[in-house]
Design a protein around this ligand. Structure first.
Ligand SMILES: Nc1ncnc2c1ncn2[C@@H]1O[C@H](COP(=O)(O)OP(=O)(O)OP(=O)(O)O)[C@@H](O)[C@H]1O
Ligand SMILES: [Mg+2]
Length: 281
């Protein structure tokens, strides 16, 4: 990746048509921008084009019309697609398709390229498994792991070549609520600590709320975009509407004694609450 563009993903009028007779517009003139280091969710009903979009972003499929630039580079002019896929993108799918006869560590090693000899690959795989909280499960086979643990192996594998972009299609789809939330927590941590850009397709609103922005698709189009506030902002916004939050903002009474704060501190608190409220609306 050249690193010249402010956008990691930029599409213009991206269109994907299936079929010759009766045509299906799986994607219909999608124009979108995803910045470097963003954590984005894609939602929408079944058949709305989410997987098609992900496949085109990951160069597993090509658009019928329109353009897609990854880090400023037009994908239609990219010659070595295999190299792009292995170096620049990590894939996580709902059916994690780990190889059943390989251990967790060996599965993570599969996509590694140019990581030196077997020893280096093994060390890197161990580091990644530790990173996803599976340091004590390296030598387990997939069928000796829980669904959530397998999905974490799939994420470690997606990170094998340290790609700037990870595409996840329903990564929490077959997990229970708790395991799904844990997996999203992991994705958020990785996004923060490694600066990886994640695009996560999900049906689950609780999962989408853990991201920074939600793209909502319908009939091959992006019909809405919601920006999700930071958890702190969301908490402040809620607190702003509690009894105490309201009393603070309304300034009708002097709360310094009651709160055990100085006048300056009360003013600061009030300003923070007022700002949180405005920012969230
Ligand atoms: N290979 C294909 N050949 C023909 N039509 C296809 C093909 N792949 C997808 N489609 C059609 O394109 C549309 C978008 O499919 P896509 O898989 O992107 O939906 P999705 O939003 O991922 O749905 P889901 O939530 O069910 O996974 C659907 O109408 C689907 O039937
Ligand atoms: Mg799909």
């Amino acid at each position: 990746m050249t690193g010249q563009s402010q956008w990691l993903i930029e599409t213009r009028d991206l269109t994907r048509i299936y079929g010759d007779g009766e045509q299906i517009h799986a994607l219909d003139h999608v124009t979108l921008h995803i910045g470097k280091g963003e954590l984005v969710a894609v939602m929408g009903p079944s058949g709305s084009g989410k997987s098609t979009l992900l496949n085109i972003i990951g160069a597993l499929d090509r658009p019928t019309e329109g353009t897609i630039l990854i880090d400023g580079q037009d994908m239609s002019s990219l010659r070595d697609l295999d190299r792009f896929r292995s170096q620049s993108v990590g894939f996580v799918f709902q059916l994690h398709n780990l190889l059943p006869t390989l251990t967790a560590r060996e599965n993570v090693e599969v996509p590694m390229t140019g990581a030196g000899g077997p020893r280096e690959r093994s060390e890197r795989a161990k580091e990644l498994l530790a990173l996803v909280g599976l340091g004590d499960r390296m030598n387990h086979l997939p069928n000796q792991l829980s669904g959530g643990q397998r999905q974490r192996v799939a994420i470690a594998r997606a990170l094998a070549n340290n790609p700037p972009l990870v595409l996840a299609d329903e990564p929490t789809g077959n997990l229970d609520t708790v395991a799904g939330q844990e997996l999203m927590g992991l994705i958020r941590d990785l996004h923060r600590s490694q600066g990886t850009t994640f695009v996560v397709v999900t049906h689950d609103h609780a999962v989408a709320r853990q991201t920074e922005r939600v793209l909502v698709m319908q009939d091959g189009k992006i019909v809405r975009q919601d920006v999700i506030g930071s958890p702190l902002e969301e908490d402040l916004k809620l607190w702003r509407h509690t009894g105490l939050g309201r009393r603070l903002v309304e300034k009708k009474e002097d709360l310094t004694d009651k709160l055990g704060l100085s006048r300056g501190e009360v003013t600061t608190l009030r300003q923070v609450l007022e700002r949180a409220d405005v920012a969230g609306d």
